[in-house]
Design a binder for this molecule. Structure first.
Ligand SMILES: C[S@@+](CC[C@H](N)C(=O)[O-])C[C@H]1O[C@@H](n2cnc3c(N)ncnc32)[C@H](O)[C@@H]1O
Ligand SMILES: [Zn+2]
Ligand SMILES: [Zn+2]
Ligand SMILES: [Zn+2]
Ligand SMILES: [Zn+2]
Ligand SMILES: [Zn+2]
Ligand SMILES: [Zn+2]
Length: 452
């Protein structure tokens, strides 16, 4: 069984510094990100690959100005090599040739990640996919093997049920344009089934060049808002212009091991590029990342809807998945009251004015449907909040905890959402001045008021 990567476990102690990336050196995946580890020199590393084996770029920040011309040239060559061999227009012409053939004459080489014509014999020893139906041509994510590397693409694909739920929600909300960032299944579904929606896919998986034309797919890195080709950048700009700053939604399902702050920087930049009107966003992520998401986007709220996947057993409901169902949720900046959830597994809570899971119980004290993880939480008067059902109040620790916990050992294990250091929460952060802390407390209170 695959494990769920808790991003803060992987990244503990390393902070990403959010700033303009223009001055940053570039690896083949675009501008690098600047990281700092406690008491150490800052360094630049790849924005897309969370493993040096996948992209070896590394540079101490204080060595940036000392770089030799030859080193710069080596990197430039690497970048060019990375883009070589991909010509989107040519791939599109090939796609159209393939479409014109009968399914039994269509072949896709998985080794080279491209379509082939019969007379090409350089692929004889390669892994070939043949007999490709029209449906499969329009749904490449169903025929290409998913790239499951948790340190890069982490390609986990929505179940049909979840795709339909999401797209139907967009239709009910009367959207007309959909920006799909790392959500190929949403894009495929819209392109082949929903004539009233236009969509564009931005994804780092270059295999999509074979299946979508230059106006429908941009090869893209969401962690640094980088378009691998200038033409694609222009295509996206035109797509945004074409929306007239109206009726558009952004949907993204980034790798769960990735950093939230640079993604948030990217989505804010796209939102600003979109125009004055707010850009509705749907960000798919596990429920336990809620604090981190809210730290970047304080106006986001988490929906109870459990997002289901085809190729991840933990992200499924029913016998194969966890008892509480998938831990993956939708975070959005539009009001949850507008989003109706399927009434077999969800119900409407009058007090909260939103749809919640059947097992979620409204707590009169907290004035909220308090479950996060899909279990029914119980209120603890001493902690003054609802807690997981299997927790008990421990008088030694002065808080609720699992029955078998070691007293005194339940330190706050996460990182501060302000400075990213371990051992304290944002509200206790020594780097946050008091006005800010007060403001953030005020915001929490205001948010609570707004909800009821
Ligand atoms: C968790 S999967 C989401 C797929 C989605 N559930 C679907 O079914 O459409 C992550 C997606 O983001 C893409 N991706 C991964 N890293 C990316 C990056 N740095 N920039 C843009 N896309 C990325 C992957 O190729 C993959 O399509
Ligand atoms: Zn890289
Ligand atoms: Zn081949
Ligand atoms: Zn409620
Ligand atoms: Zn409660
Ligand atoms: Zn308690
Ligand atoms: Zn205890």
């Amino acid at each position: 069984m695959k494990s769920i990567v808790h991003a803060d476990k992987v990244l503990q102690g390393v902070t990403v510094i959010i700033e303009d990336l223009k001055s940053h050196p570039k690896c083949p995946h675009g501008p690098t990100l600047l990281f700092s580890r406690e008491n150490q020199r800052k360094f630049y590393a790849c924005a897309a690959c969370r493993d040096r084996k996948l992209c070896s770029f590394f540079l101490w920040q204080d060595e940036l100005n000392k770089l030799s011309q030859s080193k710069l040239e080596v990197w430039e060559k690497e970048r060019k090599k990375f883009l070589k061999g991909i010509n989107h227009k040519k791939r599109f012409i090939m796609l159209n040739k393939i479409k014109a053939l009968l399914p039994n004459k269509r072949t896709f080489c998985q080794t080279c990640s491209m379509f082939t014509l019969e007379h090409e014999n350089k692929h004889v020893e390669h892994s070939l996919l043949s007999n490709i139906t029209d449906y499969q041509l329009e749904h490449p994510s169903e025929i290409m093997p998913a790239l499951e590397n948790a340190k890069k693409e982490a390609q986990y694909l929505f179940s049909k049920e979840s795709v339909q739920f999401i797209v139907n929600t967009f239709l009910e909300l009367k959207y007309k344009h959909v920006i799909c960032i790392g959500t190929p299944r949403i894009h495929e579904y819209i392109q082949s089934n929903v004539k009233t929606l236009s969509s564009i896919l931005l994804d780092i998986d270059d295999r999509f060049h074979n299946f979508f034309g230059p106006l429908d797919f941009c090869w893209y890195n969401s962690f640094n808002n980088h378009f691998f080709f200038e033409e694609a950048k222009q295509v996206f700009e035109d797509f945004l212009k074409g929306t007239n700053n109206k009726d558009t939604v952004l949907i993204t399902d980034p790798p769960f091991g990735g950093r939230i702050e640079p993604l948030a920087q990217t989505f804010s930049a796209i939102s600003a590029q979109y125009g004055k009107n707010k850009l509705p966003m749907f960000w798919i992520f596990p429920y336990f990342m809620e604090p981190q998401i809210l730290n970047s986007f304080s106006d986001f709220q988490m929906l109870d809807y459990k997002v289901l996947y085809d190729n991840h057993s933990l992200f499924q409901n029913g016998p194969k998945g966890r008892k509480q169902g998938s831990p993956v949720r939708i975070f959005t900046n539009i009001s949850p009251s507008l989003i109706k959830l399927p009434n077999d597994l969800y119900k409407f809570c009058q007090d909260c004015n939103k749809w919640v899971s059947n097992e979620n119980k409204h707590c009169k004290v907290c004035q909220d449907c308090t479950s996060k993880n899909g279990q029914t939480y119980a209120h603890c008067n001493k902690c003054r909040r609802c807690v997981k059902p299997n927790w008990q109040h421990c008088f030694k620790c002065n808080r609720c905890a699992q029955q078998d916990h070691k007293c005194g050992n339940i330190l706050f294990s996460g990182v501060c959402l302000n400075c990213n250091k371990k051992g304290h929460k944002k509200l206790q952060c020594p780097l946050l001045n008091n006005t800010k802390k007060r403001k953030s407390k005020f915001k929490q209170a205001a948010n609570k008021k707004l909800k009821h």
